[in-house]
Design a protein around this ligand. Structure first.
Ligand code: COD
Ligand code: ZN
Ligand code: ZN
Length: 375
């Protein structure tokens, strides 16, 4: 058994909920058939991990080892694994690609039915855990739990990447960059010369900015209540940045005034229901497309004027940027190696894994875009 240091999250009923994480010794069992054990080298901290920490991510069983934006090296493989070999560089996939379900077989969709939204991924597919701490089983997160030096995942949730890829940078392809960039490229299919509005300029929102820019948008409007996010947004291609708190009228009215009839494409990258509706109302009443990137709060409901859709707007959701993950993430990493895009600028902090709590504090205070933790 490998011994790995991991942060152990408190259970939902624990009084310690919301307290800093503790790092524990965990035993990581060998991979079973069609599973892979990976040595994680680097992992980013995404807002979704913070939702797990706070208990606001749906269908999580605690205690759990979160983390879903990692990169590492295959340590060992179980029976029947053919897609990777020990020693190869890999990115764990927070959305698997099983290759067999109706979504995987459809060339136009990417949301594999093995996602945690359909079936819990708190345990391996055989409904057991590979993690044990002080004799007690610990849950997996999205099948990949990258906040662990060693972790086990099904072979549908792993992609081999370029041997030369720098793992401390390409870990962002596991979630943040791929999610935002793909929302612009695949889901919205932003056209050259168009106008785009991005609500929320965190790591994912800034990746949408990169996508809009590379698709040739001529006007890119960034929206955030934290004006400290504007410098980086402008650096990456935002032509204007606005803070809703600087205006008396609703932000959708400001955007319609700025553009005449609303933007061609709007993106909600915050995960709030009010900004989801504001983003829809900000796009052109007839030809506008609004893409929902931020996950809605669990159990929430939307209330909006149906006239917003009746006139012809399109409202779409996007998970992991619409990419079929196993097929596409290696290609995105190759694109990075060929310098087609550079998400390195999103990494504002790099810390040793032991400073994971500091990484979460930086996220919570709005001081970081992405913190990468190194083992
Ligand atoms: N108006 C404008 N900006 C706001 C508002 C508001 N009312 N509230 C917050 N913001 C800004 C914040 O200041 C911040 O800059 C930004 O919105 C959010 O950024 P981060 O850094 O907190 O978060 P990201 O970019 O890492 O992730 C945001 C998501 C919403 C994409 C993420 O939390 C999420 O919901 N992911 C699920 C979707 C998905 O596909 N996930 C894949 C695995 S995570
Ligand atoms: Zn994420
Ligand atoms: Zn599938």
């Amino acid at each position: 058994l490998w011994r790995a240091r991991v942060p152990r999250y408190t259970t939902q009923s624990d009084e310690g909920m919301g307290k800093p994480l503790s790092i524990e010794e965990v035993e990581v069992a060998p991979p079973k058939a069609h599973e892979v054990r990976v040595k994680i080298v680097a992992t980013g901290i995404c807002r979704t991990d913070d939702h797990v920490l706070k208990g606001s991510f749906p269908n999580i069983d605690y205690p759990v080892i979160p983390g879903h934006e990692g990169a590492g090296i295959v340590e060992s493989i179980g029976e029947g694994v053919t897609c990777v070999k020990p020693g190869e560089k890999v990115i764990p996939l927070c959305l698997p690609q099983c290759g067999e379900c109706s979504s995987c077989l459809n060339p136009d969709t990417n949301c594999c039915l093995k996602t945690h939204l359909y079936e819990s991924q708190n345990l391996m597919p055989d409904k057991t855990s590979r993690f044990t701490c002080k004799g007690k089983a610990i849950h997996h997160f999205l099948w990949i739990s990258t906040f662990s030096e060693y972790t086990v995942m099904p072979d549908s949730a792993i992609a081999r990447i370029d041997d030369d890829a720098p793992l401390d940078k390409v870990c962002l392809f596991g979630c943040g960059f791929s999610t935002g960039y793909g929302a612009a490229i695949n889901t919205a299919k932003v056209k050259p010369g168009s106008t785009c509005a991005i609500f929320g300029l965190g790591g994912v929102g800034l990746s949408v900015v990169i996508g809009c820019k590379s698709a040739g948008a001529s006007r890119i409007i960034g929206i955030d209540i934290n004006k400290d996010k504007f410098t980086k947004a402008r650096e990456l291609g935002a032509t204007e940045c606005i803070n809703p708190q600087d205006f008396k009228k609703p932000i959708q009215e400001v955007l319609v005034e700025m553009t005449g009839h609303g933007v061609d494409y709007s993106f909600e990258v915050i995960g709030h229901t009010d900004t989801m509706v504001a983003a829809l109302a900000s796009c052109h009443m007839n030809s506008g497309t609004c893409v929902m990137v931020g996950a809605p709060p669990s159990g929430s409901q939307l209330s909006f004027d149906p006239m917003l859709l009746f006139t012809g707007r399109t409202w779409k959701g996007s998970i992991i940027g619409g990419w079929k993950t196993k097929d596409s993430i290696p290609k995105l990493v190759s694109g990075y190696m060929e310098k087609k895009f550079n998400p390195d600028v999103l990494i504002t902090h790099t810390l040793p894994f032991d400073k994971i709590n500091e990484g979460f504090e930086l996220l919570q205070s709005g001081k970081s875009i992405r913190t990468v933790l190194l083992f």
